[in-house]
Design a protein. Structure first.
Length: 315
DNA sequence: GCTGAGA
DNA sequence: TCTCAGCAACGCTCG
DNA sequence: CGAGCG
């Protein structure tokens, strides 16, 4: 008799034993279980947001230590923004106009969406800074702190604290998360108000304020050459169509790291940007007293970019 | 992971 | 029936 | 404008 396929959240899994992370021998089945477990944590941060995906249907590859920094080797992973109808699952498909014309994006609607993503080899979930259908007015500001190799953890943590201070002075409550890579994200949820142009300009100004505070430690210029020994304050996540790694998303890197919301106080402890993984995050979640991002939803209703913009010093 | 062309 | 090649982003910023 | 970047 024919083998009955495993089904999770009404999504049928093909090749559940497929290894996605070879070094840790993490399978598709384990990825499905991970997202099912963290669904209550991740869903508030991804529901309704257009997503871009990093897919590695055959796994991340044997020698994949860094993201995909390997050179000669062909990258087994690829970005996917506009999956067609051959990408099944309980999603809402939304049409968004880009430079080349109307295109279709997926949005996550339920835990089954996460199962379907895992089935399709999606190892990273990247989200827009706005939510369907109000996609022209951002509801999430992201400051991506990218440290050069010689930057210490203390310096990185201090950068995040400074970012928090600058935002706080403009009336914005902010939150910090690890990325699962080398850096941190400082994010501010906002009620939709201003459009992308005003919001991206505001975020650029915030980055410039941070750089002015300590030009020897920070840069707001993207080129790697100008980052030597510094922390790049990447504000370009706040442009229409740009994305950032979703909280609780796995990363397509060795060890199966995950992006994790932290309490600010944790920056003084043992945590590092790549501390948490698909394997050890469940233990952290079980031990938590409450959401490390307590007050996040409330902040996202109470504060707006428009008000913060009005508090910027005159240029 | 999926599709379609070709053996 | 099977195997395998092709496919799967986009837009800003810098120089 | 092309290259680099995420
Ligand atoms: Mn980063
Ligand atoms: Mn970055």
């Amino acid at each position: 008799m024919a083998e009955r396929p495993e089904v999770v959240n009404a999504v049928a899994l093909t090749h559940p034993e497929r290894i996605y992370w070879p070094r840790e021998r993490v399978s598709k089945r384990e990825l499905v279980a991970y997202y099912d477990l963290v669904a209550p944590w991740i869903l508030p941060h991804v529901l309704g947001r257009p997503i871009s995906m990093v897919r590695c249907p055959g796994g991340i590859g044997e020698l994949a230590t860094g993201a995909r920094e390997g050179r000669t080797r062909i990258d087994p992973c690829f970005f996917h923004k506009h999956p067609g109808e051959d990408f099944p699952g309980p999603f809402e498909r939304v049409t968004i106009v880009e430079s080349a014309g109307p295109t279709e994006y997926l949005t996550i609607t339920e835990a089954g969406s996460l199962t379907a993503l895992a089935q399709m080899g999606v190892l990273e979930i990247h989200v827009w800074g706005s939510t369907w259908p109000d996609i022209e007015r951002p509801d999430l500001l992201v400051f991506d702190l990218d440290p050069d190799a010689q930057i210490t953890w203390r310096e990185l943590a201090n950068a995040a604290r400074l970012c928090r201070e600058v935002l706080g002075a403009l009336g914005l409550k902010s939150f910090v998360k690890t990325t699962g890579g080398k850096g941190l994200h400082v994010v501010a949820p906002v009620a939709p108000s201003a459009g992308w142009e005003d919001v991206s300009e505001f975020c650029r100004r915030v980055a410039e304020i941070i750089v002015e505070a300590a030009p020897d430690r920070f840069t707001a210029t993207m080129s790697k050459a100008k980052r030597t020994g510094k922390i790049y304050v990447d504000h370009v996540r706040n442009n229409r169509g740009a994305t950032s790694i979703a909280p609780y998303s796995t990363r397509a890197r060795d060890r199966a790291p995950v992006a994790v919301p932290l309490r600010w106080k944790e920056l003084s402890g043992r945590v590092r940007p790549d501390t948490y993984t698909l394997k050890n995050l469940p233990l952290r979640l079980r031990g938590l007293k409450g959401d490390p991002w307590d007050g996040y939803a409330e902040a996202g209703r109470a504060q707006t970019a428009r008000t913060a913009i009005s508090r910027l010093p005159k240029p």
